[in-house]
Design a protein around this ligand. Structure first.
Ligand code: UD1
Ligand code: CA
Length: 452
């Protein structure tokens, strides 16, 4: 958007959250509030917004990760004071879009429409409003007919004013010059003793400048998060938006009420998500895969046509046409080729299991490379830890690991090699060899005596 500067206020502590974390660092559908706002501003075409930080600034700055210019508000004296800190960063002839870091549900289209109206009408200031059934806590929009008379905070409002349902969303456009001239004149004469940004409107109205209100019909967009209760409400709204989006893109979600999908998850066409499933972080599920029921995947890639049921995986890559579950646990660094089977009570960590290999039951595979079409028998454990260090195991293509084998790493088992069930293998096994480590079976004939 042309000649536009965006200022995001995010310096407040968020006292009502009762948290060690600054408010804008709380997470909503897997992303912090401030990231949601940055995404939306970027989508609206603003390249480098300004973010006003103060309370907990180090962690907010780290999270923003250079996506925005940082402006510090050392003392948090109110929203007006926050925007004052941005004065050196804008020109008089620019449009200043002011947003709050605690309003993650706004849509880029709405910002576009707000800026367009403001610029086309040549207003000095335009405020984004919404009608809320429960306006408690918000600044109210007091109007005479269509004209704004003032914006009054809940704490400063009369009981009649509090009945008004049109609220200040906390998002505004200003002409640079109008904002600069009025910001220097605002006071702290109000119930909270703060510099309210909304007082700018009083001054502009006295100066008979052109002020507009733009009411969004999607009331959710005005939703500001001040408390944990509101955070949970916002989560519900975002979650519904995400689920509706993926269903519209051709994903089957059998039970939206028990499905949780984070904002950055990607799903391809004809994916099916079964109930009680959570997909989080940067997870990507490719075409025709079936996930769930009761599955939790975080930062995972699941290849085309794979099936993951009743399982948990984190930072794992699952190839095409794999069968995972029930009760598999794939930990960070797991990489599965195509058509791999991982079955019940199997834990895999930092291992590469190549195409067609199987780990069907009751195994721990850690720091291991399993070759193509190898079969890992039930109860196999890679003993990768000697108490001090982790060691690798390599199992060749087509190897057959007998049930209940302990593979004491570092260890290599060659191609087509076989280990006998119950063996503790401590030495490398050459290709095509059989390794058995087991006492001979003893038979005592007629050992059983009838009790007298
Ligand atoms: C504000 C508005 C209110 C509006 C509501 C919408 C004012 C005076 N009130 O109230 O009319 O209905 O938003 O959600 O503007 N911040 C700073 N520095 C400060 C104080 C606040 O950066 O010194 C930041 C906060 O971190 C937050 C944003 O400004 O991201 C809004 O502050 P908050 O205290 O949440 O304002 P509200 O009471 O919600
Ligand atoms: Ca707020």
């Amino acid at each position: 958007m042309s000649n536009l500067v965006a200022v995001i206020m995010a310096a407040g502590k968020g006292t009502r959250m009762k948290s060690k974390l600054p408010k804008v660092m709380h997470s909503l559908a897997g992303k912090t509030l401030i990231e949601h706002v940055l995404d939306m501003v970027e989508q609206a075409g603003v390249e480098r917004p300004l973010v006003i930080v103060g309370h907990g600034r180090e962690c907010i700055e780290a999270c923003i990760n250079k996506r925005a210019e940082i402006v510090v508000q050392t003392e948090q004296l109110g929203t007006g004071h926050a925007v004052m800190q941005a004065m050196p960063y804008f020109e008089d002839d620019q449009t200043i879009l002011v947003l709050s870091g605690d309003q993650p549900l706004l849509k880029a289209e709405t910002l576009d429409a707000l800026v367009k109206l403001h610029q086309e009408q040549g207003a000095s200031a335009t405020v984004l409003t919404a009608y809320l059934d429960q306006p408690f806590g918000y600044g109210r929009i007091i109007k005479d007919g269509e004209d704004l008379v003032k914006i009054v905070e809940e704490k400063d409002a009369s009981s009649d004013e509090r009945k008004i349902k049109e609220v200040n969303s906390g998002t505004y456009c200003f002409k640079g010059s109008a904002l600069r001239e009025t910001l220097t004149k605002i006071t702290t004469q109000n119930a909270q003793g703060e510099y309210y940004l909304t007082e700018v409107f009083d001054i502009l109205l006295k100066r008979k400048e052109k002020i507009l209100t733009y009411c969004t019909v999607n009331t959710h967009e005005a939703f500001g998060i001040n408390s944990r209760g509101q955070l949970a409400e916002a989560e519900k709204i975002v979650r519904t938006r995400i689920l509706e989006h993926w269903m519209a893109e051709g994903v089957t979600i059998v039970d939206p009420a028990s499905t949780f999908i984070d904002a950055d998850v990607e799903l391809e066409q004809d994916v099916t998500i079964l109930p009680f499933t959570r997909l989080s972080g940067k997870t990507r599920i490719e075409e025709d895969a079936v996930i769930g029921p009761q599955t939790s995947l975080e930062n995972c890639i699941v290849g085309r046509g794979s099936e993951v049921f009743n399982s948990v995986a984190r930072d794992a890559m699952i190839g095409e046409r794999c069968h995972i579950g029930p009760f598999s646990y794939l930990r960070p660094g797991t990489k599965l080729g195509a058509e791999v089977k991982v079955g019940d009570f199997v834990e895999i960590k930092n291992s590469w299991i190549e195409t067609g290999a199987k780990v069907p039951h009751l195994s721990y595979i850690g720091d291991t490379h399993v070759g193509k079409s190898a079969n890992i028998g039930a109860g196999t454990i890679t003993c990768n830890y000697d108490g001090l260090k982790k060691h690798p195991t390599k199992i060749g293509d087509h190897a057959f690991i007998g049930s209940n084998t302990n593979l004491v790493a570092p260890l290599e088992v060659g191609e087509y090699a076989v280990t006998g069930a119950g063996s503790t293998i401590t030495k490398n096994v050459p290709a095509k060899a059989l390794a058995v480590e087991r006492n001979h079976q003893v038979i005592r004939e007629n050992w059983h005596r009838e009790k007298i």
